[in-house]
Structures are given as C-alpha cells and as structure tokens.
Design a protein around this ligand. Structure first.
Ligand code: DGL
Length: 266
C-alpha cells in the first residue's frame, strides 16, 4: 500500500502545480495524474457535470491502485468532494480548500479575506461557508476571475497584458479592504509573485499549493502511508491530447513530461 501511487486530478493542467509541489516535498512518491482536458474549464460547468466527471476520474485512479486521491482543482473541491469520497470508500481523499482555510484562520480574528477563483468556485460559496464555520468574525469578499486561468495557460505571466488583467481584477471594489487574499484556483501559484508585487506587502497573499502539500504530507506520515521508493515513476493522463496541452503541462510541472490520452467515458 505504501508503495502505491498518489492519484491527483484536475480539470486540465492547473493541478500540475500541486503535483509539482508534492514531488518536491515527497520525492519518493509515484504520481498518477489525470487532467480532464476534454471537459475543461470546470469553472464554467454545472455542479452535476463536475460531480459526474470527478466520480469517473476517481474510479480510474482507484483502478490504478492509488493509495490516496487529491482533488487538485478548486472547482471540483468546491462541489464534488462528497461525491469523490463516496466513490473512494476507505481511500483517503484530499481537497485543496480545507487545509488553506485551516491555516488562514488558525488564529481567528476580524480578518477581511479576499477569495479569487473560477465562477464555479465562487458561486459555490464554499470558502465563505467553511471560513465562517471556523471563524464567524472574519469577513469573506469573493470575486470570480475567469480570465486568469486561460491567461496563464497561454503563458502570459509577468508581461504587460497579465499586469493589466490582474490589476483590473484586484482593483475591483469588492476586494478594496482585504487584508488576506486566497488564490482559490490551482492555476494561480504561477502568478503568486505577480499578485504579491501588485499589493507591495499590504495584503497577505496565501501560497495555497505549499499549504495543501504540507497538510497531505503530514497526514500520510501519520497514517503510515509514505513510501520509500528510491526509483519513482510518474504518469500523466489526459482525456484529450494536444501538443499545446503537453507544452503547457511542462510549464506547469516545471519538467519535461509526456501526456497519454485515455478514454474513460465510454
Ligand atoms: N484548475 C481549476 C480550478 O482550480 C481551474 C480551471 C478550470 O476552470 O477548469 O478551479
């Protein structure tokens, strides 16, 4: 069991930021990644559609003997966590939301917490509900920022065009008084620095990928599920292959990789 791979999935390639952080933190683990490139963006899909896609992908990862499932997508974590847990049974499931919230409200205060993410994530209100449940004095100010994920996928980072789009969203009056900002999309670690530069230290920008991976590493250690593989093997599956996805995937994972197309819907 310990030697079995860790299964990670996302709507596409954004979750590779989590896979990358995981590989850095736990270099002895095998990873099986599934990106649902046929159905992205999840941020624009209905709750039912995201739940159905997530269940099917979870079954694929379980069939590959994964010892744990990581939902490396905020949209799916927001609306499909329970559905994935039902399919996974005794296999532990992690989402990318709860560890971040636990960290931010570790000491509850009258925080004004901004949250940016896809339409599905923001409309689900999942961050606000979970933050309020732990810290009722915090205020949550959410804004959907749907242009950011495709912008990042196209490689527009640290350029005039990305500065303009980011500034346009962050200057929205909805976020005017925030003291924390949660980057609630697995694409956003790639623009973390650019967002930090925008605020020049006036807002604490939360580094979600590292918080999530730290939490997973601690939990796997506690459950005695960490592997000591010396030689590791990672597999990257997508539901629809294109060369451009492969190029973007390398950029997100910060390493050369090959994507394999697999049909799991019929
Ligand atoms: N990576 C997805 C997320 O974290 C965003 C991309 C999408 O909309 O599919 O929500």
């Amino acid at each position: 069991m310990k030697k079995s791979p860790i299964g990670i999935f996302d709507s596409g390639i954004g979750g590779l930021t989590i896979a990358h952080a995981l590989k850095e933190k736990l270099p002895n683990e095998n990873i099986i990644y599934f990106g649902d490139t046929e159905h992205l963006p999840y941020g624009e899909k209905s709750k039912t559609a995201i739940q159905n896609f997530s269940k099917k992908i979870t079954q694929f990862l379980l069939d590959k003997n994964c010892k744990t499932i990581i939902i490396a997508c905020n949209s799916a974590s927001s609306v499909a966590y329970q559905s994935v847990k039902e399919i996974a049974g005794n296999t532990p499931v992690f989402n990318v939301i709860q560890p971040v919230i636990d960290e931010v409200v570790k000491q509850c205060s009258e925080y004004k917490i901004g949250v940016i993410g896809t339409k599905a994530t923001i409309q689900s209100n999942s961050y606000e509900k979970k933050i309020k449940a732990l810290c009722s004095s915090a205020k949550v100010l959410s804004l959907a920022t749907p242009l950011l994920a495709p912008m990042i996928e196209e490689g527009f980072i640290n350029e005039d065009i990305s500065h303009t789009i980011i500034a346009n969203y962050l200057s929205n009056k909805q976020l005017a008084s925030i003291d924390h900002l949660i980057l609630a999309c697995t694409h956003y670690p790639l623009i973390h620095q650019e967002i930090k530069d925008y605020y020049k230290g006036s807002v604490k920008v939360i580094d979600s990928a590292n918080i999530v991976v730290e939490h997973i590493a601690n939990k796997l250690k506690k459950d005695n599920l960490l592997s000591n593989n010396i030689k590791t093997e990672h597999h990257f599956y997508v539901s629809n292959y294109t060369e451009s996805f492969e190029k973007s995937a390398q950029f997100f994972f910060k390493e050369d990789l090959k994507l394999k197309e697999v049909k799991i819907w019929d």
